[in-house]
Design a protein around this ligand. Structure first.
Ligand code: NAP
Length: 263
């Protein structure tokens, strides 16, 4: 039997087992996807090996540790410096990042986008900024502090803090902060966000299945919005296909996972 797992801390809330097990079952594959909380990050890869996994997904806070520990990193993950998918290939463990492409798949149904403002400068912002850059969408990073801006500055992004930012029109505004996840906070000052939304076309919040204050404000400006559900769905679809050497139809995996979301 093929065994897969989600690694993170905490992982009890993770929807990944439900998504992946639904496809394993629908495709009649002899496999199972479980949860494993990784308390000691230095043991991430040794846990993967000890559990004899075929593949794993990695979530907060271990994506950068996983990047550093896997035998080889492929694709856009090399630029991001974080992996969310691990695949056993012979004796090696290969790391990939499907968050970035998952985000890009999710914004495809918005209209044309040529500029974006990313609120936050953490790991998710790195993945999103990198995929936008690959698609020649000009991205500006706005963070409350300057402490995490080095990565973005080195890669040529325009980087601002709340103190240095002056507003201009952006097609897409993306909240990658955790503001609104467990509180009623906005990702930046209210007056500033109102100014930003006045000239924006679309708004995206990476937080999923939740009406955040960020999305509520965007809707007040009649801006089409999306939460992070599709990003989560597509990163899982892409990860599943990496586990199985891309042999399955993207749309079929998407349809099964989409149904599993509704349960
Ligand atoms: N939908 C999906 O598929 C998906 C995938 C990955 C992650 N996520 C979600 O993305 C979110 C961020 O994850 P992450 O790993 O990127 O986090 P992270 O690395 O901890 O980064 C958090 C960023 O948000 C900023 N921030 C935090 N609280 C804030 C607040 N109250 N106001 C303004 N800025 C604030 C931080 O600013 P400072 O630098 O000033 O501290 C930092 O730049 C989480 O909610 C996670 O669940 C969703």
């Amino acid at each position: 039997m093929l065994l897969f797992s989600i690694f993170g801390n905490p992982v009890s809330h993770s929807i990944s087992p439900r998504l992946h097990n639904s496809v394993l079952s629908a495709f009649n594959l002899n496999g199972c996807y479980i949860r494993k909380a990784i308390i000691e990050p230095e043991k991430l890869i040794s846990s993967f090996k000890a559990m004899q996994l075929q593949g794993a997904n990695v979530t907060v806070p271990h994506k950068e540790v996983a990047y550093a520990q896997c035998d080889e990193v492929r694709g856009i993950a090399q630029k991001i410096g974080a992996v969310n998918t691990l695949v056993k290939e012979g004796d090696k463990i290969i790391g990939y990042n499907t968050d970035a492409q998952g985000f890009y798949e999710a914004i495809k149904s918005f209209g044309a986008i040529s500029s974006a403002l990313i609120l936050g400068a953490g790991g998710t912002a790195k993945a999103i900024a990198t995929i936008l850059q690959e698609h020649h969408i000009e991205a500006t990073i706005l963070n409350r502090s300057s402490s995490r801006l080095d990565f973005f500055e080195q890669k040529g992004f325009t980087c601002k803090t709340w103190d240095t930012f002056t507003c201009k029109p952006f097609d897409l505004i993306i909240n990658t902060t955790s503001a609104g996840l467990k509180d009623e906070e906005l990702p930046c000052e209210k007056a500033l966000l109102e100014q930003i939304f006045q000239n924006a076309k679309y708004a995206f919040d990476v937080i999923y299945n939740q009406q955040t204050p960020f999305l509520t404000m965007a809707q007040r400006f009649n801006i089409p919005t999306k939460d992070g559900k599709e990003m989560l769905l597509y990163q899982a679809v892409l990860a599943f296909n990496l586990f199985f050497k891309n042999q399955y139809d993207f749309k079929k995996i998407e349809n099964v996972m989409n149904e599993a979301f509704k349960i």
